[in-house]
Ligand binder design. Sequence first.
Ligand code: MEV
Length: 309
Amino acid sequence: MVASSAPGKLILMGEHAVVFGQPAIATAISLRLKCKISPSSGFSVNGEPLSDRYHPYISSAVRKAWGSEPIAIDIASEMPSSSGLGSSAAVTVAVLAALSQMRGQFSEKNVASKGFEVESEVQGRASPIDTSTCTHGRGIFIDRTPAPDMLWEIERDTRRWFIHHCDVPEMDIVVGYTGVVARTGPLVAKVKHFADRSRFGMEIIEEIGSLTLEGLDKLKKGDRVALGGLMTKNQKLLAVLGVSSPEIDRLIKVSLPYSYGAKLTGAGGGGSMIALTDHAKEVSEAIRKRGGTPIVVRTGAKGVTVDTK
Ligand code: MEV
């Protein structure tokens, strides 16, 4: 039996724009997804038959990294699904890591690159940020340019992403889960539609890229006040792209009085917002009162792990 575990993730800055090749910063969080795989008499997930319809990420991962020998897969996740906290990427990465370990081919790079293929197949247009973050853990900075010490590079059509490790300090971030399930694929497609048809749309995406580079500088300097301010600006641009929602806006509004900054995280349209704050208790209370579910998470968690029993 092989057991693996992968962290959830938060995008601190740059979601959506990263799909166009712009920079982005993400961190692994203290919530994890655990996976166990063992030989079996049929393909199953938590005792149910494996199916493309109910387990699209797992089915795609099995096709890409396994063969026809039947296996039983057991999954237990601490993240709500479709919450913007990376549950799809974590399940993809944890399953790929366990399968590649069983084939003797485990490496972070191999898991991250196959993980991106799985996400692209299931979600449609995508960037490698979620799967690279759940694989490497700690922090990830995606840049437009390579560097000798980068982790890996991933390309698709004319887009290239250079994935770098980024030292994200351990901090508490309050997540406000709206409870609204929003699928990533259609939101990504909506932004593409906007950018394809208007120069203004593309300018917003480029502006998010520039803000993210400023955010990286503030993160490196440990300047939470400035970083928070940039996150809130990033949110305003995401709202212009049409990926915020009334529920996200409400949770951000009540969090901001106690926070350095707040924004949606992930695809938006529902899902979750995050607040950078030293007042986790007050922010959590405000989120709860406004109808959201607060979850305090710690940034900088370790990446995927595999263990053969
Ligand atoms: C979703 O967590 C992040 C998006 O940028 C999509 C992607 O990068 O694949 C919205």
